[in-house]
Design a protein around this ligand. Structure first.
Ligand SMILES: *Cc1c(COP(=O)(O)O)cnc(C)c1O
Length: 223
């Protein structure tokens, strides 16, 4: 068995174990930034069909080489507003929306295209230097997206503080979970809480994540 397949199986086993306890399916995005398209193909052949990319041009090059695979592509990187049209046309999910300007441009560029699934990226550590919408601005951004005809509000995404202190991480996850449950009450399309990466995905699902984003634990080091 290939290394990638082994990694995917071992992560899925842990996710399934958790799923059986909470009776909610946990989905996984394989984050393939900095990885060769041959590795994406290998992961796809191992049963993985959701992939996440951070850099538009890199993503498009890979997508062109992989058109024979029915992959669900998620954009998870910072968004420049002049790239919105291409992003909207190349992905079925965008998890990194943090401002109305970008939401507006994505919606406008989708006229003849299918709808786009959206997660708001939340600045959960509340540091000015971090990307993501501030907690007190979530409501207005969520409403704007919900009112846009081509955008489907699916939930929240967050990158927690860069720390291995589990207490800090757990607090941030719990805070997000509360915000997520509130959002779910207001918008019936909301069903996704995207948090947890290679080093903290178990902690994230224990605190309510139902979508994890895993790169290096599947593919190894990035180039
Ligand atoms: C790179 C990245 C990941 C994956 O990180 P790993 O630590 O390699 O699992 C997840 N989410 C986002 C937003 C990323 O940029």
């Amino acid at each position: 068995m290939s290394e990638i397949k082994k990694n995917i199986n071992s992560i899925k086993e842990k996710l399934n174990l958790h799923t059986s306890k909470v009776e909610e399916k946990i989905r996984m995005v394989a984050v393939s930034k900095g990885q060769d398209q041959s590795k994406i193909r290998e992961a796809f052949d191992s049963g993985q069909y959701i992939f996440g990319e951070n850099y538009l041009q890199e993503a498009i090059n890979k997508q062109e080489a992989l058109t024979d695979l029915s992959i669900e592509w998620h954009f998870i990187g910072p968004i420049q507003s002049n790239k919105c049209k291409l992003i909207a046309e190349s992905f079925s999910w965008v998890q990194s929306i943090d401002r109305i300007k970008v939401a507006n441009k994505l919606n406008d560029s989708l006229k003849n295209h299918a709808s786009l699934n959206i997660c708001l990226q939340v600045n959960i550590s509340n540091e000015d230097s971090k990307s993501g919408v501030k907690i007190n601005e979530i409501d207005s951004l969520a409403k704007y997206i919900n009112d846009s005809d081509k955008l489907i509000l699916r939930g929240l995404m967050a990158i927690p503080s860069n720390t291995s202190d589990e207490e800090i991480l757990r607090n941030e996850y719990k805070q997000l979970k509360v915000i997520y449950e509130d959002l779910k009450k207001n918008y019936s399309s909301v069903d996704t809480l995207s948090m947890g990466m290679s080093n903290d995905y178990l902690l994230a699902i224990e605190n309510g994540a139902n979508l994890v984003r895993i790169g290096s634990k599947i593919f190894g080091k990035r180039t």
